[in-house]
Design a protein around this ligand. Structure first.
Ligand code: SPV
Ligand code: MG
Length: 535
């Protein structure tokens, strides 16, 4: 619903509505998050926040700028305190058009003379506009609006100026006839007598808005029962901000340190939240070129790796010492060197021994009875955005990671075309069939994965290197699959990463193959550990 329509409905409905004061984008956001359905763009608060008096010292275009920030920051309607309309009927027409353009849902104008001052400062000394002049201003405003739901509230200052009940009634009726959508009846008394007297006599001819700043002790039900349409809490965010800021400033001044205030002020996280930082993060993923985007890596390091014997008695294979540092340290170091800084590791066997810093850990506590896909499922929340998944026992050269970071495809696997060497060694390996074998021609074509289960030796085009990259879109597909598999625990339990690749291929997804030759090492044996030290 348009903001103008929202405000119009609020003012015209039978239930009491509330508008909370705000004076900039931040306070407007705070008001909305507190649950308020609408915002009062207070002239007093906006000028106070700008460090000037509520005497039209801020120009109307400066107020307009603030109102625009407030409107941009929120989804609820704003009723702007438009003072006297900043001039005559012509200024009013221009004001209405500009407010509509800036997303403000309505304006309240008061029957005083420009420049006006706040109603609680020498109220009775303030001159009032003539009824005729002010009625003309309302008419001009209504004629100028292009959105028929834009709200114009006419504010009667007769009680404030000490002109009495009869004058208040006369003015309210004239402004109704001039086309106002609602009457704001203001009072500076410490009790609601004037307001209640008016409400009774007025008898619902138009919705009535009130500002109980001075008669704040009145229970809200009194307004409800009197048939008030809308209550404005007119300046309380600005005033509470002053109290909070003064306390913080005095404390820091006294202490010359921050320790005593840190727990009493909003966290930076809260500030970023109010600024909508998460939306920007999402947008960056959608719009920024690759190099400005962060790729993350998830390393699967849950298994023991029994083949290394004694070496894995007290730690998993990923933590075995290779040339003075844990294997995992080398892996993470390569990622970091390739610009991949957001790193996650899935632990399982002897997880306490996996203690490298600046890593996010996920735990597969069922590591002894599950396989790789179950480990990845433990990190499903990290399967988001551009993400590389690799094994905790595979060392890669930096350029391989860089190559993956730079790809745009949704699913990419690195395949070693020089697989004969490992074949000869007779070790376990993930052989694959691709859309074509590695060749000069393949260099120019997009090669895709056909199967992770070649039917015969002739179908083997290479060995998958245990590393796969998903784009943001690809990661979403994979995360959905992982979440789906959670409902089939028996199937999930036995799945290895090649099974996941097979699932993608079968699902009709193009899994791009990048051929390379060597420059990676699958650490499977004590021999490999020694080779790894030179890697
Ligand atoms: C404002 O908030 O600026 C108002 C209400 O106009 S009052 O301060 O009560 O006049
Ligand atoms: Mg005001």
């Amino acid at each position: 619903m348009k903001k103008t329509t929202q405000l119009k409905h609020m003012i015209n409905r039978p239930e009491l509505a509330f508008l909370m004061e705000a004076h900039n984008g931040l306070s407007a956001k705070v008001a909305e998050e507190a649950g308020f359905e609408g915002i009062w763009g207070s002239g007093l608060s906006i000028s106070a926040a700008l460090g000037v008096r509520d005497h039209n010292e801020a120009s109307w275009t400066q107020v307009l700028e603030v109102a625009e920030f407030m409107a941009d920051a929120t989804t609820v309607p704003i009723l702007l305190d438009g003072d006297t309309g900043y001039g005559d009927f012509n200024s009013m027409r221009r004001l209405i058009r500009k407010l509509e353009q800036r997303g403000v849902a309505g304006v309240c104008i008061e029957d005083k003379i420009f420049p006006k001052t706040n109603s609680f400062i020498r109220g009775s000394a303030q001159p009032l506009a003539t009824i005729e002049e002010f009625s003309g201003k309302i008419k001009a405003g209504k004629d100028a609006q292009s959105d028929s739901d834009f709200v114009i509230v006419a504010r009667v200052e007769a009680f404030i100026a000490g002109w009495g009940f009869e004058e208040a009634m006369k003015r309210a009726e004239a402004y109704r006839l001039a086309g106002a959508d609602a009457i704001l009846m203001h009072s500076a008394l410490r009790n609601p007598t004037e307001i209640l007297q008016f409400m009774k006599a007025w008898a619902g001819r138009l919705p009535v808005v009130i500002v109980p700043t001075k008669y704040y002790q009145t229970p809200t039900d009194v307004f409800r029962e009197a048939g008030v349409s809308t209550v404005i809490w007119a300046n309380h965010l600005m005033r509470s901000a002053i109290t909070a800021m003064k306390g913080t400033a005095a404390q820091i001044f006294k202490d010359q340190a921050l320790l005593n205030v840190e727990d009493k002020v909003a966290t930076l996280q809260e500030v970023f939240h109010l600024q909508g930082e998460s939306e920007l993060e999402e947008a960056e993923k959608r719009y920024l070129p690759k190099h400005g985007r962060q790729t993350r890596a998830i390393v699967l390091a849950a298994s023991q790796g029994e083949a290394l014997g004694e070496l894995t008695a007290d730690r998993p294979k990923a933590m075995v010492n290779v040339g003075g540092k844990a294997l995992l340290w080398h892996i993470l170091d390569t990622y970091r060197a390739a610009g991949v800084k957001d790193l996650a590791v899935v632990r399982g066997y002897k997880k306490a021994a996996v203690n490298l810093t600046n890593v996010k850990y996920f735990d597969n506590d069922a590591y002894a009875t599950t396989q790789e896909v179950a480990s990845l499922a433990c990190a499903v929340e990290a399967v988001e955005g551009d993400v590389i998944v690799s094994y905790g026992d595979v060392l890669l050269k930096k350029y391989i990671v860089q190559e993956l970071v730079e790809t745009d495809d949704d699913f990419v696997v690195m395949v070693d075309s020089n697989y004969h060497e490992s074949r000869n060694k007779g070790r376990a390996a993930d052989y694959v069939t691709c859309s074509e074998p590695s060749s000069k021609r393949a260099f120019y074509n997009t090669v895709t994965l056909k199967s992770v289960r070649p039917e015969s030796d002739a179908d083997v085009h290479g060995e998958w290197m245990g590393v796969v990259k998903f784009s943001q879109r690809g990661a979403k597909v994979v995360a959905d699959k992982l979440r789906g598999l959670a409902t089939e625990p028996e199937r999930l339990r036995t799945m290895k990463l090649p099974d996941l690749l097979q699932l993608l291929v079968q699902g009709g997804h193009a899994v791009r193959v990048i051929y390379t030759s060597g420059h990676w090492l699958d650490v499977d044996s004590v021999d490999d550990v020694l080779v790894g030290a030179q890697f």
